[in-house]
Design a protein around this ligand. Structure first.
Ligand code: ATP
Ligand code: MG
Length: 137
């Protein structure tokens, strides 16, 4: 059993597709172990995406992530990390496979609907960033 972190980004929350995206997870064998809607502060977003601090798109990414509320979710299941990445589709929605979340709900590489942890190590760090252990059931 693995755990991974998903974020439904401000574009998808604003579009009203929280339920549709959570359904993709549940319909594909991922259990929702914890979830909440929150507004990230600039400091939260900078800390969360610190690995990208030197990339040219960092400021735009932070601005976007704080442009509205997000939904953070702990997903649990067999191969949860890789399965979530598969359901998400490629970073650039134009390259995302048909039927993936980004192909169906994302506009472009900046507003790409969802985040998912990219390794088990990062999943543990990202889950601890948003949730206390007693909030995960
Ligand atoms: P995320 O970390 O959000 O799940 P990802 O793992 O598919 O996405 P990363 O390489 O970690 O992609 O990039 C983090 C985010 O930064 C992307 O989701 C995207 O919004 C933005 N990003 C990545 N590459 C670019 C780029 N070349 N131009 C603009 N934005 C980018
Ligand atoms: Mg990433």
């Amino acid at each position: 059993m693995e755990r991974t972190l998903s974020i439904i980004k401000p574009d998808a929350v604003a579009k009203g597709v929280i339920g549709k995206i959570l359904d993709r997870f549940e319909s594909n064998g991922l259990r929702i172990a914890a979830t909440k809607k929150i507004q990230l502060s600039r400091e939260d977003a900078e800390k969360f995406y610190a690995v990208h601090a030197d990339r040219p798109f960092f400021n735009d990414l932070v601005d976007f992530m704080i442009s509205g509320p997000v939904v953070v979710t702990v997903l649990e299941g067999e191969n949860a990390m890789a399965k979530n990445r598969e359901l998400m589709g490629a970073t650039n929605p134009k390259e995302a496979a048909p039927g993936t979340i980004r192909a169906d709900f994302a506009e472009n590489i900046d507003a790409n609907a969802v985040h998912g942890s990219d390794s088990l190590e990062n999943a543990a760090i990202e889950i601890a960033f948003f949730f206390a252990e007693r909030e995960i059931a």
